[in-house]
Design a protein around this ligand. Sequence first.
Ligand code: AMP
Ligand code: ZN
Length: 114
Amino acid sequence: MANCLFCKIIDGEIPATLVYEDDTVIALNDINPQAPTHILIVPRQHIDTLNHLTEADTFIVGHMVQVGQKLANQLGHAAKGYRLVMNCNADGGQTVFHIHLHLFAGRQFAWPPG
Ligand code: AMP
Ligand code: ZN
């Protein structure tokens, strides 16, 4: 997808340090971290928003969550806990329109979210 930040990172047009990658997703540290651990898990396939998901994307989204769980575990956050978040459109706080899962960990998070 032209002019998509995450597609450019996936295609190597914009350099980024990946903390994980496989055939379905990449993961990288957020440039503006909101917690000691703040990782973005991004599917290689461009999907604009959660509103654009179809049944065919079920594996991708399930895999994103599995990768979030594995990274949280590998980084030592499993026992204390962590948060996985996907934002959708303006009210959800989405700023990059290629779906991604935030992994937040390393501090106590408030509920309800702001
Ligand atoms: P969202 O607001 O849910 O769409 O999340 C987009 C996230 O991408 C934000 O947390 C940004 O800080 C992050 N971000 C923007 N540009 C970059 C970049 N070049 N590398 C890593 N993270 C980025
Ligand atoms: Zn994209």
